[in-house]
Design a protein. Structure first.
Length: 684
């Protein structure tokens, strides 16, 4: 059960919406902030360490000489943006006035801020505060749309893409915090940590979940490898604290209260073992200063060494949106495979699953975690993902996998088209394993779709958790179980299967064309099946993408297989067992065939021949980069598909036809109340 609270006021303005993509709104303001940072950087002279060095020693405070001016500039802009977002009295008087306001009463020598205008149109203070984490990000947005309109940001986009770091929308942060609260409010003693905190999107959501009281700062912890991240996140949290608790202290006091619990370090080098197998940084054994470089630069480190007050407690809530990128090698990264036994050895390809293992290892016995990462954590069959799923499922409590498609609207918004998943583990809940469908929505329905993600238990389903189905209802679970226990599958009809471009098939198996069919390597709203692969070449297909060329023992079996692959069941099985894009051999292992029923096979073959004849009347031709692809969709021919589904339903013992027809329509149209989206329905 998820206990839903009223979303904070910053959620909607910091989230993609109908005709309101997030990144363009941010960039409209952020360009002025970045331009001001460049000007300030060339003229600033602040006692940075006296002002911004954290009050806690040993959190990895790092300030290279060549980064002093940049960090000083962004600190001044952080102060100014905090003042603007809370409508401070100094608003409109420039950077110097905001700097004085921020440090008033500190008794410190604060230097002088340069007189630089910030080209930022301040409208709604709530929206400005909502967008603060993104405005304080020195890198430009990593979207193709923005690069096309502003080539000056191309370098930042490449840098962000290489590091695998993207904006986390406010509604995603709120969704994940709601998930880790798991139906109970938690306590004031709960410790929260974000293992890749960036500019503080998740920490702000956690602060609000803790009631938004100033003392909640002592319960929030974070780690990030970027030295500037701890400073920007502290500004974001300070702004939220000032709005919620206007009389609780000076801005600089609040800023330092948040800053002292944020470590600059490599989370991948956190050692969670009680008896480390390799040298681990322990502060009580060292007499020299620990700061000066990020934690983990030379050796593993422990959270309890950096934050002694957390020792023996663990963290009750762990949240993260880790980088989606390969491991960047350093002097200490050879420790990673030993620190993270399930996922560490594969970190060279992708570090994001390591954060899931790490989150589970630092979680308290009754805690909850939520990590958002690429869909591969749910769909991939390559290491370390099946092993990670097995490890998570073996732990006590409630494990949940939420899956999200990339279109029509993606989890991170229309600007960043990725398929994603959220892994949620709650050790305080009764044992269960639940999943969602590969969820779709439009920008118009996003606000209502995210709080109402359908889930269903798959505990006890054959193959789980090694493979995670993406379903959202009990009838889908029953259908999946019926297919899984059938016993004979499409692979049993096949005599040969190869991966070839269609034009090569024409030359190599011209004498057995009646016994083959072709299956496209990718799919979206229908499977690209061809009963006669050579017809596509005749119609202009010259793409070099490899198709699965499947050969059968007879023409009849090939026609019956074409009917089965055109069924709604085949498309559904592909959709719920794959990654929503690639068509793999998994489908051949899971699609049931009639067990020795010759009459039914004859009927399916006849339906397949009739369906192929109908499909030839409506080829779909598309071109991309000089290559032409031809497809023959079958979903418009509902009467024939209905008959095929009835035959299949009869021999697997589940009359699924009507439900899958409604499921497919919902999947394709997505928003049944949208006039524009319903044009798809009328074309069917």
């Amino acid at each position: 059960m998820i206990h839903r609270r009223t979303p904070p006021d910053w959620v909607a303005p910091s989230s993609p919406g109908h005709n309101r993509p997030l990144v363009p709104r941010v960039e409209r303001l952020a360009r002025g902030v970045r331009a001001a940072a460049v000007q300030v950087q060339s003229r600033v002279d602040l006692p940075f360490e006296d002002l911004y060095r954290p009050t806690r020693v040993g959190v990895g405070f790092t300030l290279p000489d060549d980064d002093l001016a940049r960090r000083s500039a962004w600190a001044l802009l952080g102060e100014w943006l905090v003042a603007a977002s809370v409508r401070a009295p100094c608003l409109g008087q420039g950077l110097a006035a905001a700097h004085d306001w921020f440090w008033q009463g500190s008794g410190r020598e604060i230097g002088t801020a340069p007189d630089v205008d910030v080209d930022l149109e301040i409208g709604d203070a709530v929206e400005l505060r909502a967008l603060l984490p993104y405005l304080l990000d020195p890198m430009a947005a990593a979207t193709r749309r923005d690069v096309l309109s502003a080539q000056t940001t191309a370098h930042e986009r490449r840098s962000r893409k290489a590091s695998g770091v993207y904006y986390t929308p406010g509604d995603v942060a709120y969704l994940m915090v709601e998930r880790v609260l798991s139906g109970h409010a938690g306590t004031d003693e709960d410790l929260w940590i974000d293992l890749a905190h960036g500019s503080g999107v998740f920490l702000r959501a956690a602060f609000c979940a803790l009631g938004g009281r100033s003392e909640a700062a002592d319960r929030l912890y974070g780690v990030d490898l970027d030295p500037i991240a701890a400073e920007t996140a502290s500004f974001v949290l300070t702004a939220e604290d000032l709005v919620r608790n206007p009389d609780a202290g000076a801005p600089w006091e609040r800023w330092h209260r948040f800053r002292r619990n944020l470590a600059t370090g490599d989370a991948l080098l956190i050692d969670t073992s009680t008896t480390p197998a390799q040298p681990t940084l322990q502060f009580h054994t060292r007499t020299d200063a620990i700061d000066g470089h990020p934690l983990g630069r030379f050796e593993p480190w422990g959270l309890s060494a950096v934050f002694p007050e957390t020792a023996g407690r663990g963290f009750a809530r762990v949240i993260a949106n880790p980088p989606y990128a390969p491991l960047q090698r350093s002097a200490a990264t050879f420790h990673v495979p030993y620190l993270h036994g399930v996922t560490g050895r594969a970190a060279g390809a992708d570090i994001s699953p390591v954060f899931v293992e790490l989150a589970a290892n630092i979680l308290s016995d009754d805690g909850a975690l939520a990590v958002v990462l690429p869909l591969s954590v749910v769909s991939s069959t390559r290491a370390p993902f099946p092993e990670l799923r097995q490890q998570l499922a073996a732990q006590r409590g409630w494990l949940e996998f939420l899956s999200f498609d990339r279109v029509p609207d993606a989890l991170f918004g229309d600007d960043i088209k990725t398929r994603n998943a959220i892994v949620h583990l709650d050790r305080s809940a009764p044992s269960d394993l639940t999943v969602s469908p590969l969820y779709r929505w439009t920008s118009r329905t996003r606000e209502t779709a995210l709080p109402n993600i359908p889930v269903v238990s798959v505990a006890g389903v054959e193959g789980v958790p090694g493979a995670i189905p993406k379903i959202g209802s009990e009838w889908e679970r029953e259908l999946l179980s019926a297919c899984g226990t059938h016993g004979t599958y499409l692979e049993h009809w096949q005599s040969r299967r190869r991966q070839l471009p269609l034009e090569r098939v024409t030359r190599s198996v011209d004498d057995v064309q009646s016994d083959v069919l072709a299956l496209a390597p990718t799919a979206y709203n229908f499977l690209g099946v061809m009963r006669d692969p050579f017809r596509a070449v005749t119609d202009g297909h010259n793409s070099q993408n490899g198709f699965s060329i499947i050969q059968f023992s007879s023409e009849r079996d090939a026609s019956a297989a074409y009917a089965l692959l055109s069924s709604r069941l085949a498309f559904w099985l592909w959709h719920v067992t794959g990654d929503g894009f690639h068509v793999t051999s998994t489908l051949h292992h899971r699609l049931p065939i009639p067990p020795g029923d010759e009459d039914r096979i004859e009927r399916l073959a006849d339906l397949g021949d009739r369906l192929w004849k109908a499909a030839l009347e409506g080829p779909v031709v598309s071109s991309n980069r000089g290559r032409t692809t031809v497809a023959y969709p079958t979903w418009p021919y509902t009467e024939l598909i209905d008959q095929i589904d009835a035959e299949v339903g009869a021999y697997i013992g589940v009359a699924y036809g009507a439900r899958l027809a409604a499921w497919h329509e919902q999947l394709v149209v997505v928003d049944l109340d949208s006039e524009r989206r319903n044009l798809i329905r009328r074309k069917k």
